[in-house]
Design a binder for this molecule. Structure first.
Ligand code: SF4
Length: 88
């Protein structure tokens, strides 16, 4: 190829670029939907087993009636997990 010439886009390169764009879009969409921690990763239980008696409804992350700011899914007010943070 002479200097100043641009390479022709091969069909294979066009397909690869398209696949990369689609994959990037899937990753971004997935990250937006999964911005909370899975229950299993923080040892969430529906009924608190904390020896000090802590439970979700006394945690700073609890969002009534049944959500958490950092843990995904439905959260029982009587539940508990390892990310418990006492209300200030
Ligand atoms: S962070 Fe707090 S409110 Fe969220 S699941 Fe854990 S104990 Fe419950």
């Amino acid at each position: 190829m002479d200097a100043g010439q641009t390479p022709k886009a091969s069909r294979r390169n066009i397909l690869r670029a398209g696949a990369a764009i689609v994959a990037a879009g899937v990753v971004v969409k997935h990250a937006a939907a999964e911005d909370k921690i899975e229950k299993s990763l923080v040892g969430y239980v529906d009924k608190s087993t904390d020896p000090e008696g802590h439970h979700c409804s006394t945690c700073a992350n609890f969002q009534p009636p049944a959500s958490c700011a950092i843990v995904a899914g439905v959260i029982n007010p009587n539940g508990w997990c390892g990310a418990f943070a006492p209300k200030g």
